[in-house]
Each structure stands twice: as C-alpha cells, then as structure tokens.
Design a protein around this ligand. Structure first.
Ligand SMILES: Nc1nc2c(ncn2[C@@H]2O[C@H](COP(=O)(O)OP(=O)(O)OP(=O)(O)O)[C@@H](O)[C@H]2O)c(=O)[nH]1
Ligand SMILES: [Mg+2]
Length: 200
C-alpha cells in the first residue's frame, strides 16, 4: 500500500503519539499542558488526535528504547539554566535516531528562556542541535506560553495533512496500486488455468 496512505490510516486510527522526554523538572508537563490547549483551540475539539506521553527515564535505557519505538514524534526538552539537561538531550537524540531512523520528527526545546543564559550558549546549542544533529530547535518559556505555538505549528506541518481528506496524488497512488494488484492476480489466475489444462 502507498506509504502516505498507510500513515494516514494509522494516524486516523491511533492518533499521533508525541513523546516528551528530558531530565527531571525541565518543564515537560508545562509544555504538554500548553500544547494541549493550543491544539484543542486549533482543532476546535477535545479529541485525542495528538497524544502526549511524558517520561524522564534517566536510569532506564531499555524501557526508554521500548517507549521510543511506539511514538510518531519527539519533543526533547532541556532547561537553559541546566547544562546537564542539555547533555541528556543529545543522548536522547542518539537513542531516538537509533530506534526510529533519521526521518522521525525530533523537536528539541530549550525551555525556561526567562532564566539567565548567555548569547554564546544559545548560539552553540542552536548549532549543535540544528547542524550536528539536524533537528529542529525551539526556544520557549513554558511558564508564559511564549513560542509554544511554533512547536504546535511544526507538529501540524508534519502530521496535519494526514488528518484531512486524501490528496489527489494519494488517491492516484491507491488506484495505481489496485490496478497493479489486479494485473498480478489475473496473471496468476491465467498461469493456474494454463497449468491445470497443461497448456504451454
Ligand atoms: N522559570 C521557569 N520555570 C518553569 C518554566 N517551565 C516550567 N517551569 C517550572 O519548572 C518546574 C517543573 O515543571 P514541570 O512542567 O513539572 O517539569 P517536568 O519536566 O514535567 O518535571 P518532572 O515530571 O518532575 O520531571 C515547575 O516549578 C515549573 O513551574 C519556565 O518556562 N520558566
Ligand atoms: Mg512532569
């Protein structure tokens, strides 16, 4: 089946599972609460199209890998006043990419932008995340909700199209696939008949 159609069916059935990971106390729950209210305002429904799961899991690498396998998108959070939480995010990126490959959406979120940090630190963090790891990087303040909407927008960029009706390209792909399947099965039927009647 065409890949985009498969993704659509999976998402319409199961929703988009977004895993929010990071060190303890970096603001994961506050970010999720902000995202849920933005998403329910945007979609005008309380439905669970986007399902957020939160985990710290610093000490349970096997469980972390198991949970990573079930998610569709990742929000990896650190706090700008906690250097260890940034280092942990880089470990998480490696874990996510090892399990899900490089095409899974990974959004790295620098939270607590209201706290003190330097411009050098911000630039280095941005280069590491966007250039070395090729992930999206957002600077937010979950306490005030500042810039959380850009994370929501990015989630919609990736998965919004699967919540709408199929595009004409997807429909064409499906028809082409049905035709191909029919051609294959009619060939198989012809061969079976020929074999049955010993026709060469
Ligand atoms: N200054 C500041 N504090 C924040 C911000 N976001 C969250 N906090 C505070 O950080 C603390 C932890 O926030 P949570 O959202 O519970 O963090 P968490 O990562 O879910 O924490 P655990 O689940 O316990 O690991 C709370 O006291 C929040 O008020 C922020 O943008 N700025
Ligand atoms: Mg929490």
């Amino acid at each position: 089946m065409a890949t985009s159609l498969k993704i659509r069916q999976h998402i319409q059935k199961n929703g988009v599972k977004v895993m929010v990971l990071g060190h303890e106390q970096v603001g994961k729950t506050t970010i999720i609460n902000n995202l849920c209210s933005i998403i329910s305002d945007t979609l005008q429904s309380e439905g669970d199209t986007f399902k957020f799961m939160e985990a710290s899991l610093s000490d349970m690498p096997n469980l972390r890998k198991l949970m990573i396998g079930t998610a569709n998108a990742f929000i990896l959070t650190y706090a700008v006043d906690d250097d260890a939480s940034f280092d942990y995010v880089t470990t998480l990126i490696n874990d996510v990419q090892a399990v899900k490959g490089k095409n899974t959406p990974v959004f790295v979120v620098a939270n607590k932008m209201d706290k003190e940090t330097t411009i050098q630190k911000r630039i280095i963090a941005d280069c590491v995340i966007t250039i070395d790891y090729e992930c999206d990087h957002f600077e937010v303040c979950a306490n005030t909700g500042k810039n959380i909407d850009s994370i929501a927008k990015k989630l919609f960029d990736y998965y919004g199209k699967y919540l709408l009706f199929p595009t004409s390209i997807e429909e064409e792909e499906t028809y082409a696939e049905i035709e191909e399947t029919m051609t294959k099965s009619s060939k198989k039927l012809r061969t079976t008949i020929r074999e049955f009647f010993c026709i060469r």
